[in-house]
Design a protein around this ligand. Structure first.
Ligand code: NAP
Length: 245
C-alpha cells in the first residue's frame, strides 16, 4: 500500500487505532481522524512515524458537513487525496426506545451514519479520478441481528450495510470497492463501558469463548483495503468469533 493514502475516522482509540496502525504497517500514509482525543491521536501518529511510516492527526466531528470538508482539505494538503477510506468513527447512547430522546437518536445517527455519507461522498471524486478506491464501513452485529436497548445504534449500523451495498453498485465499475465489517464484542473503551458482568455474559455466547481483539478486526479491514480484495464488494464481513451464528 506504499503509494496509498488512507483516512481512518475515529483513529485515535480502539478499533480505529488498530486499523490505522495496520494500514501504516502495510505502507499506507495514514490520516488519523479524532473528535476530541488529540493526545491519543498524536500517540498513534508517533507510533507510525517511529516505525518509518507517514501519518497525520486531524480533528473533525465527522457528523458535521463543514468539518468533514475541512478534514479532507487538510488530509489532501498534508498527505495527498485518500483512496482508502475507513468509516470507523462511532458512538453508542443506549436506552430502551420508550425512553429514548430525539437527541439520543440524532446524535448516534449523525456520528455513525451521516458521517459515512459525508466522508464517502467527499472521498469518491479523487477515487473516481484515480480509478481505484477502497471504502470500508465499520458496522456491527447489532446492525445485523438487532439488540434491545440499541434501537438508534442498530439502525445506524444496519443503515451502513444498506449504504455499503448501494454505493458498491454505484461505483463498482470504476475500480472502487465498498464493503462493511461487522464486529461483535471487541475489547475497547466502548465495551469496557458495559461493565464486566455484561462482557463476561457475552463471552459465554461467543463460539470462540472470548471477546475479540482490535487487531482481529483490523486484519479484516486491511484485507478489504488491499489490491487482493479487488473482486469483493458490497459485502459485510462479520468478525464476531461466532457470536451471531
Ligand atoms: P471507541 O474505543 O469508543 O473509539 C471511538 C472512536 O471514534 C474514537 O477514536 C473517537 O474519537 C471517534 N469518534 C467518536 N465520535 C466521533 C466524531 N463525531 N467524529 C470523529 N471521530 C469520532 O470505539 P470502538 O469500540 O473502537 O469502535 C469503533 C467502531 O467500531 C465504531 O463504529 C463502533 O460502533 C464499531 N464497533 C465496535 C464494537 C466493539 O465491540 N468495540 C463492536 C461493533 C462495532 P475521540 O478519541 O476523539 O473521542
Amino acid at each position: 500500500m506504499s503509494d496509498r493514502v488512507a483516512l481512518v475516522t475515529g483513529g485515535s482509540r480502539g478499533i480505529g487505532r488498530a486499523i490505522a496502525l495496520a494500514l501504516a504497517e502495510s505502507g499506507a500514509s495514514v490520516a488519523v481522524n479524532y473528535a476530541s482525543s488529540a493526545a491519543k491521536a498524536d500517540e498513534v501518529v508517533s507510533e507510525i512515524v517511529a516505525t518509518g511510516g507517514n501519518a497525520v492527526a486531524v480533528k473533525a466531528d465527522v457528523g458535521d458537513p463543514d468539518q468533514v470538508a475541512a478534514l479532507f482539505t487538510t488530509v489532501s494538503d498534508q498527505l495527498g487525496d485518500p483512496t482508502i477510506l475507513v468509516n470507523n468513527a462511532g458512538i453508542t447512547d443506549d436506552g430502551l426506545l420508550m425512553r429514548m430522546s430525539v437527541e439520543q437518536w440524532d446524535r448516534v445517527l449523525a456520528t455513525n451514519l451521516r458521517s459515512a455519507f459525508l466522508c464517502t461522498k467527499t472521498a469518491l471524486r479523487p477515487m473516481l479520478r484515480a480509478k481505484w478506491g477502497r471504502i470500508v464501513n465499520i458496522s456491527s452485529v447489532s446492525g445485523v441481528a438487532g439488540n434491545p436497548g440499541q434501537g438508534n445504534y442498530a439502525a445506524s449500523k444496519a443503515g451502513l450495510i444498506g449504504f455499503t451495498k448501494s454505493i458498491a453498485k454505484e461505483v463498482g465499475s470504476r475500480g472502487i470497492t465498498v464493503n462493511a465489517v461487522a464486529p461483535g464484542f471487541i475489547a475497547t473503551d466502548m465495551t469496557d463501558a458495559l461493565g464486566a458482568s455484561v462482557t463476561d455474559a457475552a463471552a459465554q455466547q461467543i463460539s470462540v469463548g472470548r471477546l475479540g481483539t482490535v487487531a482481529e478486526v483490523a486484519s479484516a479491514v486491511r484485507y478489504l483495503a488491499s489490491d487482493g480484495a479487488s473482486y469483493i464488494t458490497g459485502q459485510t464481513i462479520v468478525v464476531d468469533g461466532g457470536l451471531a451464528l
